[in-house]
Design a protein around this ligand. Structure first.
Ligand code: SF4
Length: 412
């Protein structure tokens, strides 16, 4: 490898990290570096960092790979052994220094660190852990750290990562074990899931210890997440929803990220030539949202898919489900329980809470609901108000066309 300076390495290794979607930082605990507390990078109050949004928005992170060299040859990965890319490698010390320098300039609020596998999984994991350890212990860094772990690494090392990082992620890579076997033959679904199970137990133990002893060190307080590549194998949206929901249930994940496969230079011949529509990734995020915040079961989200098991691209999955589950509508906004109101296309969590708060004092009309939603057009066939009842509208064969046409007309 030619001698590169840190700036050149940063150029290569920040670019190589762009394929990783797991950068949101929701749910971590706040750390304060003001007053008597030693350290920099407070995640609250005045100064260096902003507060975290509990809704999963991204904060600014230095997102890099430790190295883009890899001894593995996963077909979908630009950094695979057989790929003809320019390679670079940071030392752990360089990553620590870069993070601190960026932090002090207030460019970032934390670090997202992943890596190709060099020498062995254990060796790579040791380097990743060393970065986090040094930041926390040598420099009292109190910013956010997200470490991508190597599932094959010694469980002790993965646990050490959780002692220093806010969030840990272990990628499942592909929605099905068959897809993984075909496209990442050196990886194993059972080893990946074993690592996730180990991390889940360690996180629960950490929470338990914190409850009993408030001074107990935090263990991966922002939990674990994973990433799935969409469109590189034959899995349809129904398979993906099913896999994601199983992962949430079994490993108590905070997030499943979906990353639309993008054709890479020198792509392997076993990959599709085209990337899936970006909208597909968006629809999957919406379906994920329905399961996490709207109480939909995976089977219900699957109901929104077509005969090929794909979510429609022209309408969101909530509307797609409502059009198929018409027997549930119309819903009387003045009487329906919260969980039913959440099923109404066009009513989000905030709007539903506002409906519930307002109807304690008075009966709501269509205009009242119109003020709470960006799209009364989308809502009308699905609700009853004091002055509106969609007679026979919900039974119309052309309801889908009517709703989508009107949505286009009004730009809703
Ligand atoms: S192990 Fe990771 S970095 Fe290496 S080829 Fe596979 S996906 Fe890419």
């Amino acid at each position: 490898m030619a001698q590169l300076d840190v700036r050149q390495k940063l150029e290569i290794l920040a670019d190589a990290a762009k394929y990783d979607a797991s950068c949101a930082s929701s749910g971590t605990s706040k750390r304060d570096s003001r007053g008597a507390t030693k350290g920099i990078g407070s995640t609250e109050g005045m100064g260096i960092c902003h507060a975290y949004a509990p809704d999963g928005r991204c904060i600014s992170l230095l997102k890099i790979l430790l190295t883009n060299s890899c001894i593995f040859d996963c077909h979908y990965c630009i950094n695979r052994k057989s790929s003809n890319v320019r390679r670079a490698r940071f030392t752990a010390r360089e990553v620590v220094d870069l993070t601190l320098a960026f932090y002090r300039r207030n460019y970032i609020e934390g670090l997202f660190l992943s890596s190709g596998i060099i020498r062995s999984s254990d060796y790579t994991m040791e380097q990743l852990v060393e970065v986090a350890r040094s930041l926390r212990e040598d420099h009292h860094f109190r910013g956010y750290i997200h470490l991508k772990t190597i599932p094959d690494a010694d469980p002790g090392l993965i646990e050490a990562a959780g002692r220093h990082a806010d969030r840990i992620s272990i990628n499942v890579e592909l929605p099905t074990a068959a897809g993984l076997e075909r496209l990442a033959p050196e990886k194993s679904a059972s080893r990946i899931q074993g690592a996730m199970a180990g991390m889940k137990t360690a996180i629960e133990d950490g929470k338990d210890a914190s409850r009993r002893y408030p001074s107990a060190p935090k263990f991966a307080p922002a939990g674990q997440s994973t990433q799935m590549i969409v469109g590189a194998d034959a899995a349809n949206d129904r398979d993906i929803v099913h896999t994601a929901s199983g992962l949430y249930d079994r490993f108590a994940l905070r997030r499943v990220y979906y990353s639309a496969f993008s054709p890479i230079p020198d792509a392997s011949a076993v990959l599709p030539l085209k990337r899936p529509p970006l909208l597909r990734e968006h629809r999957l995020y919406q379906s994920d949202w329905l399961m996490r915040f709207y109480g939909y079961r995976p089977g219900e989200v699957a109901q929104a898919t077509d005969e090929q098991g794909m979510l429609p691209l022209d309408i969101d999955p909530k509307l797609a489900w409502a059009l198929k589950a018409r027997e549930q509508f119309p819903v009387d906004v003045n009487r329906a329980p919260r969980e039913l109101l959440l099923r109404v296309p066009g009513l989000g969590v905030k709007a539903v809470d506002a409906v519930i708060a307002s109807r304690r004092w008075r009966k709501l009309s269509l205009a009242d609901i119109g003020r709470l939603s960006r799209s009364i057009t989308k809502l009308r066939p699905f609700i009853v108000t004091t002055d509106w009842r969609p007679t026979a509208l919900i039974d119309r064969i052309d309801l889908r066309a009517r709703v989508t046409e009107q949505l286009e007309l009004f730009g809703a």
